[in-house]
Write a protein that binds this ligand. Structure first.
Ligand code: NAP
Ligand code: ZN
Ligand code: ZN
Length: 349
């Protein structure tokens, strides 16, 4: 089944419209007409081969919202016409310890990524959401709360769940003091979700002009990270920090803002390492540094249900597919308010 998609052919070329073949519908599959797809910084890292794992041709996109247009014979969770979401995973081994406890994102065999993964039926690449359609096993599809604006739901399928998972895993609740580093796609969802969970949120930003937005999104405090005085005023105030920055930086100033027993969770994945942190304060104040990978299908559904209840969606700037390179360029400058979303119906293939 041939469809139109935005394809990267190598790291140096702009994305361009071209045709790809989706796998034939399997018994457990649904075919989705994609309405919106968010533009994650990971798409940019992958299109440009910044993690040195890209295989071309490559179709990015793992923040997908769309309508089911066809179902396989064994599909029992969804029906044609349902509005659904697909995030970063489209399959996993389903047998390992982590799959069995519904943490497929840590599958021991590695989950099948929505794009640049290996399709277990065809042995070929999986194709992402910068496209007209996607075919996905029903177990990796989530339901979308109907009353939310769908363009603002798309970014929650990666950006939303990636910050939701550590917020929940570390039990953020009313009164927890949470720091968020970087007000981009992930960061702005972290501010919204942490404050909706009742946390007192401090946003660290390199962009002083984002302060007003950060407060509107739910931050109680805004700290310009390049201002040493402002950083000093935040010392030993926080329980947990979610670091959403897409570039290498010094972690020590953020560790200094943690209380004893505090934790810095890194979700940003820069193409080069951060400087090694200073270990001494980590030892004497029992600080932790962790990573966290997206979130499970179960957590994705929980997060969407929570957002449905609290009327939370991403703040988005809509683009057509042909605007993607401009969007990437602005993203590199930290100039996104706060997620680009491709409108497939406006896209000229
Ligand atoms: P984004 O929208 O581009 O936001 C990144 C933000 O980081 C910027 O808006 C900026 O905020 C801040 N920043 C500070 N210095 C920067 C610099 N030199 N270069 C770029 N950004 C800088 O990116 P995103 O889509 O939120 O993704 C953030 C990172 O998370 C990426 O590395 C992405 O690959 C990764 N990611 C990881 C997971 C996971 O499972 N762990 C999932 C999705 C994405 P200020 O202007 O406020 O400083
Ligand atoms: Zn992503
Ligand atoms: Zn597994």
């Amino acid at each position: 089944m041939k469809i139109n998609a935005l394809v990267a052919t190598d790291a140096a070329q702009p994305l361009s419209s071209s045709q790809i073949a989706l796998r034939p519908l399997q018994q457990q599959d649904v075919k989705i007409e994609i309405l919106y797809c968010g533009v994650c910084h990971s798409d940019l890292h992958m299109a440009r081969n910044e993690w040195a794992v890209s295989r071309y041709p490559l179709v990015p996109g793992h923040e997908i919202v769309g309508r089911i247009v066809e179902t396989g014979t064994a599909v029992d969770k969804f029906a044609a016409g349902d509005i659904v979401g697909v995030g970063v995973m489209v399959d996993s081994c389903r047998e390992c310890h982590f799959c069995k406890q519904q943490e497929e994102q840590y599958c021991e065999a590695g989950f099948t990524a929505t794009y640049n993964g290996i399709d277990k039926y065809t042995g070929e690449s999986t194709w992402g959401g910068y496209a007209q359609n996607v075919v996905v096993d029903q177990d990796f599809v989530v339901s979308v709360p109907q009353h939310l604006p769908l363009s603002g739901v798309a970014p929650m399928l990666c950006a939303g769940v990636t910050v939701w998972s550590p917020l929940r895993h570390y039990n953020v609740q009313a009164g927890t003091r949470v720091g968020v580093v970087g007000l981009g796609g992930l960061g702005h969802m972290a501010v919204k979700l942490a404050s909706a969970l009742g946390a007192e949120v401090t946003l660290f930003t390199t962009s002083p002009e984002k302060g007003e937005d950060a407060r509107r999104l739910g931050a109680r405090h805004v700290v310009v990270s390049r201002d040493a005085e402002q950083m000093a005023s935040a010392q030993t105030t926080l329980d947990l920090i979610i670091d959403c920055v897409a570039a290498p930086h010094d972690l020590d100033p953020y560790l200094a803002t943690l209380k004893t027993n505090g934790r810095l969770v890194l979700v940003g994945i820069p193409d080069r390492p951060h400087l090694s942190p200073n270990i001494t304060p980590m030892v004497f104040r029992r600080l932790s540094i962790s990573g966290s990978s997206i979130g499970s299908i179960k957590e994705t559904q929980e997060m969407l249900d929570f957002c449905g209840k609290h009327n939370i969606t991403a703040d988005v700037e809509m683009i057509a597919g042909e605007d993607i390179e401009q969007a990437f360029a602005r993203m590199l400058k930290g100039d996104v308010k706060y997620r680009f979303v491709i409108d497939m119906q406006r896209t000229r293939w």
